[in-house]
Structures are given as C-alpha cells and as structure tokens.
Write a protein that binds this ligand. Structure first.
Ligand SMILES: [Zn+2]
Ligand SMILES: [Zn+2]
Ligand SMILES: [Zn+2]
Length: 367
C-alpha cells in the first residue's frame, strides 16, 4: 500500500467526498466546502506535484497543504485490525531445526506440545525525535507478538504484505493485556532508536568531551598564570588576597561553563506513536518446557508467518531483539546477555526483569 504523494492525495480527497480528476499537471479537484476550509484552498482547485514549475497549487512533502491534510485524516487509520492468510508451513520441518534456532546458555528445553493457534501481532509505527545541538528524526516500525512479546524491527515492505494478504479478522486471539503489549513495544522501540542513533550519540559525546577539554585547558592556563603571579610578586597581603579571590572566581566560572556544555549536548529523545495495525493469523506454536536447575517454565515459541521465520525469544527485561539467551534463577525470565550481566559494583550476576531498577545487593548507586 506504499503510495506516491499524488496517489495518497487522490485517495484522501476522494475518500473525503471530493471529486478528483487527473489533470496534465496533477489533479483537478472539486471539494466539499468543509474539506476546502480545512485545507485552506478553494473548493475548485488544481493541484500540481511537479514542484513549483506547475500551474496549480504545489503539493510536496514540505508543503503546507500536506500538513493540513493531517486534519482530514484525523483519527482515521490510527488503529485497525486485519486478518492475514497464512502461507503453508510444515510444522515437522520447523521442529527439526529448533535446537539451532533456540539457544539458552544456562538452561535446557524440550518441546512439550505443539499446535496451530490463532496469533495476534501488533505492527506499531512511531515517530522519533532526538534533540540536542543537532537533531535526528525518523519513523520506525516494529512488530510485536502479543502472546509472547517478541519484538522485531520491520522494513517498509511489511505494509505491502499485510495489505496484500488481507482477510477478515478471524476472531479473538489469546494475548497479553493492551497495557503490557504497549509498554513492551515502547520499551523495545526506545532501545532500537538508541541503537539506530548510536553514531549520532557517540558523535555528540565526542564533541562534548572535546569542548569540555578546550574550556578546561583554557581556564587551567588562566589559573596557572594567576598562581605564578602569586609566587613572583613579593606583594602585599591585600594583593595576594585579591589574586586568590580571582582564582576562586575562575574555578566557579569553569564549573558553570562545563555544566552549560553538558546541557548543550544532552539529548531529549521523544518517541510518539503514529498508528497500529493488529494482524490476526493462525500459525504454529511450540510450547517449550524450559528447565533451569530444579525449576521449569512453559513458554510459547511462535512461527511468524509475516516474516516467515520463528519469532526470536524476547529478552523479558529490555525486549531488544538479540541472539542468545539466559534464564534467571528465581522466576525463569528469559534474558539477553546485557540484562543478565554482572553488576558493576559487586560483580554478581542479577536479572534485570526481577530487579529492573538496580542490583538487589548494591542498590541504585553502583549497578
Ligand atoms: Zn535485554
Ligand atoms: Zn551489585
Ligand atoms: Zn528474573
């Protein structure tokens, strides 16, 4: 359903009750009064898509009229549910390769049961904006399995796929609460955006360190000069007092400058949801019995018919899709290496899903 700007405009205006005809430059439109008012254009207008060279009102990705079209869209398209016609998969074939696909570094598993089950995926689009002395923005789409909370970043073709294989939504699939799904998706999107912006963030840090170093060097030279003058001068006590006061003032100014630089380079990261499509589809599920020491836990491993591969196991702390998993001792959470790592303070490994805020032994200061 990826469409060009003229296609999008034509669909939107026709959908809003306008009469839309192709014209040599773009589109000739006759709009209901209310629509024309919202777009702030005449009811009868020619729209041109060929930049400013055309005759009519120019529509481009930067044009005001495109921004006003958002008013027409309103809440439409923010949430919808579609059914998906699944491709044929051989469940036995999938099962053959499970031990290569599922890796626990500190636990074992076996398939206890398998079934074909109605699954529900949420395809979530969000807009991100990272603001600092520079800005980075973009749109990200992620797919979350609402049964086991496995999240994956998706490419634009997924939208073509979802709309091409559209079927009536088959019914209610078993899933986690909307709140849990949305929180998980937001958590994963935040991690994914940070990973996508890694170079940008690193460059900010580099520039901040460079500027702090410069300011620091400059002020240290000043302080050094003042100290030298103290040694040289066989001056009156009053004069010495003055110089010491000046050094203190310079030190305070340096502290202020450094705080300003930290403020200038700090990043304000905003992530805002745009729209959601819930996709319901019947697909194979393998119920794994995961064992760690004497404990065991059942976990549904799902085959994703949209991406035609098994959904990766989620890290139940950060939900960022990474390979290789660990299982915690207390509640058998599934975790990535980062979320089951040693604490910087005491060196003991702990589970970031059981203890999201900090190491249970050291508290928030060290972990
Ligand atoms: Zn993790
Ligand atoms: Zn610790
Ligand atoms: Zn845990």
């Amino acid at each position: 359903m990826r469409s060009s700007l003229p296609d999008f405009t034509r669909h939107l205006l026709a959908e809003s009750g306008g009469v839309v005809e192709p014209s040599p430059d773009g589109l000739e439109v006759l709009l209901p009064a209310e629509v024309a008012r919202l777009l702030e254009i005449p009811e009868h207008a020619n729209l041109s898509f060929s930049g400013n060279s055309g005759e009519g009102l120019s529509v481009s990705y930067n044009s005001e009229i495109l921004k006003k079209m958002a008013r027409l869209i309103g809440d439409r398209g923010k949430f919808s549910t579609v059914g998906f016609t699944p491709p044929l998969v051989r469940i036995e074939k999938l099962e053959e390769h499970l031990d290569k696909k599922v890796v626990f570094h500190n636990a074992v598993f076996r398939v206890e049961r398998k079934e074909e089950k109605l699954l529900s995926y949420l395809l979530g689009y969000c807009k991100y904006l990272a603001l600092s002395d520079d800005r980075q923005e973009g749109i990200l789409s992620c797919l979350i399995n609402e049964l086991n909370l496995s999240v994956q970043k998706t490419t634009p073709d997924i939208l073509d796929l979802v709309t091409r294989c559209f079927a009536e939504p088959p019914g209610e699939a078993e899933r986690e609460s909307d709140e849990r799904v949305l929180k998980t998706l937001w958590r994963a999107q935040t991690e994914i955006v940070k990973e996508m912006l890694r170079e940008f963030l690193q460059s900010l840090e580099r520039r901040m360190n460079r500027d702090i170093q410069r300011v620091h060097d400059y002020y240290q030279t000043l302080i050094h000069e003042h100290r030298q003058s103290l040694q040289k001068k066989v001056s009156a006590a009053e004069e010495k007092e003055k110089t010491l006061g000046r050094i203190e003032a310079i030190e305070r100014e340096l502290e202020g400058k450094i705080q300003d630089l930290i403020g200038k380079f700090s990043v304000d990261l905003r992530i805002e949801p745009i729209s959601f499509i819930r996709v319901e589809v019947t697909s194979p599920v393998f119920w794994l019995l995961v064992r760690r020491r004497k404990e065991a836990r059942r976990f549904p491993l799902t085959y994703n018919p949209l991406l035609k591969s098994l959904d990766p196991l989620p890290c139940e702390a950060c939900f960022y899709p990474r390979k290789g998993h660990y299982v915690c001792d207390d509640r058998l959470h599934i975790l990535c290496r980062q979320c089951f790592g040693p604490c910087l303070g005491c060196g003991k490994t702990y589970c970031c899903a059981c203890h999201p805020k900090s190491c249970p032994r050291c508290g928030p200061l060290n972990s």
